[in-house]
Write a protein that binds this ligand. Structure first.
Ligand code: FAD
Length: 425
């Protein structure tokens, strides 16, 4: 059985951040990174907008402004991103303030999906030069905590320390892993919302501020804006009992690609459950399945014009007169999202959209499309044994999957924090 001083599960930003930090602090330590895909998945590979301002991506229960800023500066020095310029920030910000909305001033870079893939390859090569071993297409199944043994679909390894960073897609894996290792957790928060797709001229703010982050009342916000060569996509999820559902998302290619004249962004509402709902995951899965039932197995799309008239969107109605652009998510089903989305989410989001239309007039053009569902499963939040994400002896749980981050830079920072703990700093 092969032994490594540290095994890292997942090659997303959390896993990579941990590996770089460990190699800096303990150059001789042997590291194996296990990745179930053929390349790291998640946001590094999709659009790759990196945010360098607290609190974006940093859950405040684990991070203070000071602690996050310390790591953000280190990450910025390491990755050397090109920070995007913003124009007319004050104009939009004042309009927002007047109606009780906050526009966040964020330092952000944008590589695009093609640029993100290039970055992943560069980072993997840098780590290989530091003698970090990668095994792609190898999926971790379970661990024997006391014996410090890890089982994958191909091998059995022993480890000194284990860093588990499986991301949001590793939700079920992490839940089983924690149950087997006797780690307590809770998962009571979710974000549910829609993705808007519209013409660039109906949301021109993106020319001045690539990914404008508006905070509305009722824990509702804009999230992950894409423009240039922008596309709405669907991601497949599997429920705990094996049913499939899709959640929408968005991405864009780098500035080198020909623009398609469209913009997409999410509007999400966060809800934290109390008794008797114990699991945000279970609730989100029901919503995902209801959306699939309503959309015939696909996400639903509805034009704003139809939504205002309280009628469903039809395939015919998508192509005439005012309804003047082709949706980029071709297999979404034209329909009525109010059949599938609980009013707790829909009402807050509609109120937020009306405010947004006051700040950026035109976004609620009748041709604008709303796609549903966009569901973010935040995490199975473990009960940690220390402040640096150690859940039990020698096992660290980090990144978005464990709820210690909500974005690329936060995930990277959580990896650094776990690595520092291992190095005894
Ligand atoms: C489509 C999309 C676009 C996004 N865009 C952005 C963005 O522009 N900016 C931003 O800040 N954030 C973005 N995000 C969020 C961002 O992806 C996450 O915040 C970040 O990637 C979390 O990092 P992580 O390392 O925790 O998890 P991930 O990046 O998800 O990495 C986890 C890795 O673990 C692997 N894995 C899971 N289970 C196992 C297992 N059992 N065995 C082995 N490997 C396993 C997965 O394949 C994956 O590669 C986006 C997310 C998505 C899905």
């Amino acid at each position: 059985m092969k032994h490594f001083d540290c095994i890292i599960v997942g090659s997303g930003p959390a896993g990579l951040g941990a590996a770089f930090e460990l190699k800096e602090k303990l150059p001789k330590t042997s590291i194996l990174i296990l990745e179930r895909s053929k390349i790291s998945s998640g946001g590094l590979r999709n659009d790759c907008k990196m945010n360098f301002t607290f609190p974006v991506g940093f859950p405040t229960e684990y991070w203070t402004k000071e602690s996050a800023t310390y790591y953000l500066e280190k990450i910025e020095n390491f990755l050397k991103p090109k920070i995007l310029k913003k124009n007319k920030f004050d104009v939009y910000s004042k309009r927002a303030e007047r109606i009780g909305v906050e526009l966040l001033q964020i330092r952000q870079s944008h590589l695009g999906t093609d640029g993100g893939i290039k970055l992943i390859h560069e980072l993997v090569e840098r780590l290989k030069k530091l003698d970090v071993i990668f095994s792609f297409n190898e999926e971790v199944k379970s661990a024997e905590k006391e014996k410090r043994i890890l089982h994958t679909n191909k091998n059995i390894y022993s480890f000194g320390n284990l860093i588990v960073a499986p991301g949001r897609h590793g939700f079920d894996f992490l839940r089983c892993f924690m149950k087997n290792c006797g780690i307590d957790f809770k998962d009571n928060s979710i974000d549910v919302g829609i993705r808007i797709e519209t013409r660039l001229e109906h949301y021109p703010i993106v020319k001045d501020y690539y990914d404008p982050k508006f905070l509305f009342p009722e824990r509702t916000r804009t999230f992950c804006t894409n423009s240039g060569n922008a596309h709405v996509v669907q991601e497949k999820y599997e429920t705990a009992d094996g049913h499939l559902y899709y959640s929408v998302n968005g991405h864009a290619y780098s500035n080198d690609m020909k623009p398609n004249g469209l913009v997409n962004f999410a509007v999400l509402r966060t809800v934290s459950f109390t008794e008797p709902i114990a699991s945000g995951q279970d609730y989100a899965e029901y919503l995902g399945l209801l959306a699939m039932l309503t959309g015939g197995g696909h996400p639903i799309m509805q034009r704003i014009g139809d939504f205002r008239m309280r009628t469903r969107t039809t395939a015919d109605g998508l192509n005439n007169d005012l309804y003047d652009f082709e949706p980029t998510l071709k297999n979404a089903t034209p329909g009525d999202i109010s059949l599938a989305m609980p009013s707790k989410f829909l009402d807050s989001i509609w109120r937020a959209l009306k405010k947004l239309d006051t700040i950026v007039p035109g976004v609620l053009h009748p041709s604008t499309i709303m796609y549903y569902p966009e569901i973010k499963l935040y995490a199975n939040k473990p009960v940690f044994a220390n402040d640096n994400f150690m859940a039990t002896d020698n096992i660290y749980l980090i990144g978005d999957g464990a709820g210690t981050s909500r974005g690329i830079t936060g995930a990277w920072a959580s990896g650094m924090r776990a690595a520092e703990d291992i190095a005894g700093i």
